[in-house]
Design a binder for this molecule. Structure first.
Ligand code: BES
Ligand code: ZN
Length: 616
């Protein structure tokens, strides 16, 4: 009897002491299930990356070692994401260990499962990228502005970082990183980190990212680039032939940072630079922390397209500081960012410009809803992307419906309350993640209930389409544009004293609103009067080319201009707009002929989208 009691006590003691021991090593954060990463961060999670790589332009391969500090709750394995990588060797606490690459999934790639011990706090993976690696775009000299040296850039969002670094590629998992990157002597490397301002003699660059970021924000660009400062914390990188132009175009960057800080609190990333990449860059911009990546198509010569910089800067709060927990919550990144972007633009350039941007987005949203009418679930703010490539579900709904939700909320609660709320939301979640459900709770507790306001939040977030209480956005400038267009269509006369001072946004609005029955003669007249085919503003030409394709307009050699454009510009939004127009106009043969030469110039994200669009 005595023995039995002793035994029971002994067992109980061991159990409880195990329990306490376990608690001490349990990761400090609890991660929620997410569909786009194989990582099991509640068991073992990476906290810091030390990357040591060699960038070889000859073989177009990056090779090296990724060493991780890990937080380990006594697990026997740690799982990383990897896709199209060649894994050479893995160590745990410096000793060789076994690893296994699991089943391949088209979107997610393969889980890389590494055996570890209870006390393992560091792992190292030696690896190589391959020709299939999707994040990287290797460019030859001809594809750059200066045409003398090759170029390389990465694109991580949404789940492509795992194609150039084996990593736990979930937006919930944040790490700091250090990197050593070896590149050819003629080139300079820059990352989403503390950056060099000049080339060095040995071609080896050291980086430090001391703020914790999710894997999708790790980025690298390598090229013959130079730096020019705008203020002590802002500046631009570009190829030499572009540098001064880029510097002038973005000279309001410091003012943008100040305006953003006035709205929603301190800029927490020390430095805000922008690198202008070659034209094949697949996005307008990518908010890589400390160093936004941008398309050269926004360099219009008149600062007219710089809302892109405001957008990527805004991500320094919405997205980079407060990150969507899963890609189903993507609207928390993009909707908030569009709202913030438009507030920055209003602060710098006034309400009229802000409302024009908002109205362009409003029309984009209507177009998107029309395009998605067969898949209403994709028009919800909260998405369900399980089993899909997150890229396929990311459309302008997150941006423009997200914006409209926040604008409607602002008009309901008043700007002062709205701003205080957003500021506290960013502060509370800084360097962390949030999902839609937590946001709704926070919204109710800190804005709505507090002020006794009822708002149809759930309808906005969980139902398709646009709720009836959506804010009505108005712009006198755009009303005038619409009147001018009506008059022209009715009389074939256009008063150039009215159009003389139009901003590119007004031109875009004018062109986008052509009726289906606009005549070729009318398009020719507009083109001859305003030189639209040869406009130097990429946004104007893009919408003009779209109309030319849709309406079968062939004047002023527009067809060869369209082909040139599609052969050089890889910005996905522009490219898909034009290929969609070809498809809609039943001119697929022409589209395929252009695509044949254009596709090799595109980054994988653009090529994949166009492949789908053209049914290839
Ligand atoms: N983060 C996005 C780009 C992105 C989205 C990359 C989804 C991969 C997956 C970036 O901030 C963005 O929204 N860029 C826009 C420009 C903006 C002004 C709307 C773009 O590229 O057009
Ligand atoms: Zn964005």
């Amino acid at each position: 009897m005595k023995n039995t009691i002793f035994l029971i006590l002994a067992i109980l003691f061991t159990l409880t002491s195990c329990e306490t021991a376990k608690k001490e090593t349990t990761p400090s954060k609890t991660y929620i299930e997410e569909p786009h990463s194989y990582a099991q961060p509640n068991d073992a999670v990476i906290t810091h990356l030390d990357l040591d790589i060699d960038v070889d332009f000859e073989s177009q391969i990056i090779s090296g070692t990724a060493t991780y500090d890990i937080e380990n709750s006594g697990a026997s394995q740690i799982i990383l994401d990897s896709k199209f990588l060649e894994i050479e060797n893995v160590t745990a606490n410096g000793e060789s260990t076994t690893f296994e690459l699991g089943k391949f999934d088209e979107a997610l790639g393969q889980p890389l499962t590494i055996q570890i011990q209870e006390d393992t706090n560091q792992i190292a993976v030696s690896y190589k990228t391959t020709a299939k690696t999707e994040a990287l775009q290797w460019l030859n000299a001809q594809q750059t502005a200066d045409k003398t040296n090759p170029f390389l850039f990465t694109q991580g969002q949404a789940i492509l970082t795992r194609t150039w670094i084996p990593i736990q590629d979930s937006p919930q998992i944040r790490i700091t990183y250090d990197a050593t990157v070896k590149v050819p002597l003629e080139l300079m490397a820059v990352m989403s980190a503390e950056n060099p301002k000049e080339k060095n003699e040995n071609g080896v660059y050291n980086f430090k990212m001391k703020q914790r970021i999710p894997a999708y924000l790790i980025a690298l660009a390598v090229g013959d680039i130079e730096y020019k400062a705008i203020s002590n914390r802002t500046g631009v990188y570009a190829e030499r032939s572009m540098l001064d132009k880029v510097h002038t175009e973005f000279s309001d960057m410091e003012k943008m940072v100040v305006a953003a800080e006035d709205l929603y609190g301190d800029y927490d990333w020390d430095q805000f630079d922008v690198i202008v990449l070659p034209p094949s860059f697949p996005f307008g911009g990518m908010e890589n922390p400390r160093l936004t990546f941008a398309t050269p198509t926004v360099i219009a010569g008149d600062k007219s397209l710089t809302s892109l910089v405001a957008h990527e800067l805004a991500h320094s709060w919405s997205g980079n500081l407060v990150t969507n927990a899963t890609w189903n919550d993507f609207w928390l990144n993009e909707g908030f960012t569009v709202y913030f972007e438009i507030r920055i633009m209003e602060a710098l350039y006034g309400k009229e410009r802000a409302n024009m941007l908002a109205l362009i987005g409003r029309q984009d949203l209507e177009d998107e809803l029309e395009a998605l009418k067969e898949s209403p679930n994709d028009t919800k703010l909260k998405l369900d992307l399980k089993g899909r490539n997150p890229d396929d579900g990311m459309n302008s709904v997150a941006y423009d419906k997200g914006y409209l939700f926040l604008r409607t909320l602002e008009e309901t609660v008043g700007r002062e309350e709205m701003d205080a709320f957003l500021k506290s939301y960013f502060k509370k979640n800084a360097f962390s993640t949030t999902n839609t459900e937590d946001f709704i709770t926070y919204l109710n507790e800190n804005l709505l209930d507090k002020n006794g306001i009822t708002f149809n939040t759930e309808e906005w977030i969980y139902q398709p389409g646009v709720p009836a209480n959506a804010a009505v956005i108005e712009s006198d400038a755009f009303s005038n544009v619409e009147k001018t267009l009506e008059t022209f269509l009715a009389t074939n006369k256009i008063n150039t004293s009215i159009t003389q001072n139009w901003t590119p946004q007004e031109w875009v609005h004018f062109i986008r609103n052509f009726p289906e029955d606009i005549s070729i003669a009318q398009m020719q007249q507009l083109d001859d009067t305003f030189n639209l085919t040869t406009s130097t503003n990429s946004y104007i030409t893009m919408v003009w080319y779209e109309q030319s394709i849709l309406n079968g307009y062939h004047g002023n050699k527009v067809d060869s201009k369209i082909a040139d454009f599609l052969n050089t510009v890889g910005r996905r939004w522009y490219v898909t707009t034009l290929f969609n127009a070809f498809a809609k106009a039943e001119r697929k043969e022409e589209a395929l002929a252009i695509y044949k030469t254009a596709r090799p110039n595109y980054h994988s994200v653009t090529a994949n989208t166009v492949d789908q669009l053209l049914g290839l």
